[in-house]
Design a protein around this ligand. Structure first.
Ligand code: AMP
Length: 398
């Protein structure tokens, strides 16, 4: 069975074609600048890479080009579109309408359009546009939606509710939903496999630290709490997002800066986080360079990020009543030794001690065990693979 995984944004569309027998990625690529001048597709397959420059005014034309690239004489890996048995689409927000991977039907798309757009205005509308474009071009291919939020559907009410009026939660669905669910699920399951245990036997804190970052408590294979909230703005500070902030400070800042509601939310999403603190960059490679040059604000940004992550590790150990394993994943979790070291430093009381030499290594696609000899709590780097989860779930549901 071959599954095409599609992740559609407003002007971009990333894809992978995965062979489910071997779980090998047969082809992958991405379309950039859909609806803009100079749109192009970068496609990889057969060990080669090719750029297709074509005017792509909409997602339908983009999908058509992806399908033709998959059959291209250089980078193509299939002879006909019929070889694609299913399509799995990434969907960011489900609201309370879907709690698991769902087969695409017209009714499902209507619910998404009518009920979830205001929950994820930047992500869900282009993703649904991507689904509809695929349906037009591949009308006979079954499709599924894999939600970023599904893995968090097991959180108990006491974890996902905000301290607002219960009636308002019921009326408007204002609560914590969580994001990056496919990644938290994948890395917690891979960690269990590596440790030779069943997920049910483990209490794991998964730290997905990338441009967007979230931390989850995974108790017995189920998510019981996570740091992102109603939107992906909540939790620890991130590349450009502020993370948690007192709601009254938001209003105060908006007044001082003469910003509307929309402008201050945009500011908190795009102009804050480690970029705002350092004044240098949202990219941790630049922050590490700044730290090497003794740039105090780069060091402060790195320390704030590590400190906030550490606090949630401790909080989630308390929430679960124990801790067997910490998992680091995503761009920063996999590549920034300083952050991992600072997160683990001082957690000896939880049985955490890492091998500082191993911590300098990069995982290179497989799990790296950082646990120091004799330490009770395992610390692992587990490279994430959200596309593979989407493909697996799509194959399972279809
Ligand atoms: P992600 O959102 O998971 O792609 O992570 C993106 C962030 O990870 C980047 O902004 C960098 O700060 C960081 N990152 C990615 N690759 C590296 C690397 N090789 N070394 C250090 N940091 C990296």
């Amino acid at each position: 069975m071959k599954v095409l995984v599609v992740n559609a944004g407003s002007s971009s569309l990333k894809y992978q074609l995965i062979d489910m027998e071997t779980e090998a990625v047969l082809a992958k690529g991405g379309v950039e600048r859909i609806g803009l001048p100079a749109s192009l597709l970068k496609a990889k397959g057969n060990g080669k890479e090719k750029v297709f420059e074509k005017d792509m005014p909409n997602h339908k034309i983009a999908i058509e080009l992806v399908l033709s690239a998959l059959q291209d004489s250089d980078v193509g890996v299939i002879k006909s579109m019929d070889e694609i048995n299913a399509v799995g689409h990434r969907m960011v927000a489900s609201g309370e309408y879907f709690n698991k991977t769902t087969v695409v039907t017209e009714e499902v798309l209507k619910i998404l359009e009518e009920k979830t757009y205001e929950l994820a205005p930047l992500h869900n509308p282009p993703a649904v546009t991507g689904v509809r474009a695929c349906m037009e071009v591949m009308p006979n291919t079954p499709m599924a939606l894999v939600f970023d939020t599904s893995f968090h559907a097991t959180m108990p009410e006491k974890a996902y509710l905000y301290g607002i009026n219960y009636e308002d939660y019921k009326a408007y669905g204002v609560r914590k939903y969580g994001f990056h669910g496919t990644s938290h699920k994948f890395v917690s399951q891979e960690a269990a496999k590596y440790l030779g245990k069943k997920p049910e036997e483990l209490k794991i804190v998964t730290c997905h630290l990338g441009n967007g970052s979230s931390i989850s408590a995974v108790d017995g294979g189920k998510c019981v709490d996570t740091t992102m909230g109603f939107t992906p703005l909540a939790g620890i500070l991130m590349g450009t997002r502020s993370g948690d902030i007192d709601a009254s400070a938001v209003e105060f800042l908006a007044k001082k800066k003469g910003m509307t509601h929309a402008e201050i939310i945009n500011y908190l999403n795009k102009k804050c986080g480690v970029a705002g603190i350092s004044g240098v960059s949202s990219d941790f490679r630049d922050l590490e360079k700044g730290m090497a040059e003794n740039n105090e604000r780069c060091i402060l940004a790195l320390d704030m990020f590590s400190y906030q992550t550490k606090k949630f590790v401790g909080a989630y150990a308390a929430a679960m009543g124990g801790l067997d394993c910490i998992v680091f994943t995503a761009g920063i979790g996999e590549n920034t030794p300083y952050v991992r070291q600072e997160v683990c430093n001082g957690l000896e009381f939880l049985g955490v001690k890492i091998d500082l030499e191993k911590n300098k290594l990069r995982p290179g696609g497989s799990i790296l065990d950082l646990t120091a000899p004799g330490a009770k709590t395992k610390v692992l780097i587990v490279p994430t693979n959200e596309e593979l989860v989407i493909a697996r779930e799509t194959a399972e549901v279809l």
